[in-house]
Design a protein around this ligand. Structure first.
Ligand code: AMP
Ligand code: ZN
Length: 402
């Protein structure tokens, strides 16, 4: 064991206050965004941060930055009472399967590109489609939801209006193009015409004009509502392609850069929006029972960027505007964890005001949304049933394994 190397690359920083496992988990996850010279920060005993640095780090600078990060992260309030609204129990009595991602790759049902993107086919694709279709059907029959479709790119002004840069600036992906310049384009073409690997254009030859990859399924819907008056409430549903820059936190189907979300957006007055949120609970229950999995819906908060995390999490928890669909699955080490497989959100009149759509009395309309992370549902289902077909409910196995 190379202890010398370890000692050189690590700094111990006492936390400004003792934290519980919830905040410790947030610190570890968000630590990949602190510095290019910090590999990760680990919390020990809730009291000390172990900062693992990369080669070439200026340790004094890194320590100062880590301290600023920890200072804002420990301001988070945790321990809000968790309310559980749905709690389904599976009939399958077999054990949870550990190592689903590896097994799917081994069987040739999934290809992991290694950068947070996956390709899938066979039973994985069939299950993803089944979950997506079933959710769409339930939304249509229970809520009269209409089908919609939106682009995968979104412009920065829309994201700004949605408040995304203020909440999750670390997760944004900007699209870059080669500048409209004959010489720059030719230089790029020539460089690549005989190179072994791809050579990217020079930094100064790339322009970013504000197109982004959409980081939350519902955002592209709001500009299409501008100017509309909602006499009655309406529901829209679609499969959205979503991109979040998760840096080194990417991990199989669990945490992707690019994933799919079955989205439901509801627009109307306050009563309508609260009513749809209520009606969405038995729909989640039915979906979970259909694939026979343990599943809960409970109060939750978002993983906001460090500097705004404490305030925004507190607001979300206090107002109870976010519920999460949590499905038990396994961590890489085999311990059980709750996988966030979807969220049910109330936005008040935030989007109605920002994008200018109203109820019949001229007030900004209220909105809410439900987003189901398809790949996480797939991961959770394979974790809970494993690869013995007989353990899957008949209606599901007859579709996905045929
Ligand atoms: P959110 O809008 O943050 O509540 O996200 C909606 C759902 O998308 C979550 O509940 C997850 O199921 C899923 N999701 C979020 N981030 C990822 C990711 N990096 N990889 C896969 N699924 C994700
Ligand atoms: Zn949404």
């Amino acid at each position: 064991m190379n202890t010398h190397n370890h000692a050189f690359n690590e700094i111990s920083v006492p936390l400004p206050r003792e934290v519980d496992s919830e905040i410790a988990g947030d610190i570890e996850k968000e630590s990949v965004f602190v510095s290019p010279f910090i590999d990760r920060i680990f919390v020990q005993d809730g009291k000390t941060a172990r900062v693992v640095c990369k080669a070439g780090a200026d340790l004094a600078e890194v320590e100062a930055k880590a301290k600023r990060f920890l200072e804002v992260m420990v301001k988070q309030v945790s321990g809000f009472e968790i309310k559980v609204f749905v709690d389904t129990k599976r009939k399958d009595t077999g054990p949870y399967f550990r190592g689903v991602n590896d097994e799917l790759v081994k069987r040739g049902w999934m290809h992991d590109y290694g950068k947070g993107q996956v390709a899938y086919s066979g039973p994985v694709l069939k299950l993803a489609k089944l979950i997506n279709d079933k959710a769409g059907e339930l939304y249509a029959s229970a809520l009269g939801a209409k089908d919609a479709h939106f682009p995968a790119m979104i412009d920065a002004d829309t994201l700004h209006k949605c408040g995304y840069f203020d909440s999750h600036p670390n997760a944004v992906t900007f699209v870059g193009n080669v500048v409209e310049d004959f010489d720059a384009i030719e230089e790029f073409r020539l460089a690549n015409s005989c190179s072994e690997g791809a050579l990217l254009p020079k930094q100064e030859h790339i322009h970013i004009d504000g197109m982004c990859l959409n980081p939350a399924a519902c955002f592209p819907a709001y500009p299409t509502l501008t100017g509309q008056t909602f006499k009655e409430g309406q529901c829209f549903t679609w499969l959205g392609r979503v991109f979040r820059y998760e840096s080194r936190n990417i991990n199989g189907l669990d945490r992707l850069y690019e994933f799919n979300v079955r989205e439901l957006v509801f627009v109307g007055d306050e009563d309508f929006v609260r009513d749809v949120r209520k009606k969405s609970l038995p729909i989640v229950e039915e979906l979970a029972s259909f694939i026979d999995i343990d599943c809960q819906v409970q109060t939750a908060t978002d993983p906001f960027f460090a500097t705004v995390s404490a305030a925004k999490k507190f607001w979300q928890a206090a107002q109870e505007v976010k519920n999460e669909i949590k499905i038990p699955a396994l961590s890489n080490d085999g311990s059980q964890k709750l996988l966030a497989c979807g969220s049910i959100n109330l936005h008040g009149n935030f989007f109605g005001k920002r994008f200018g759509f109203t109820t019949v009395n001229g007030e900004p309309a209220q909105t809410g949304c439900v987003g189901l992370g398809i790949e996480r549902w797939v991961l959770a289902a394979f974790t809970q049933h494993g690869f013995d077909e007989s353990r899957w409910p008949e209606a599901v196995r007859n579709i996905i394994f045929r």
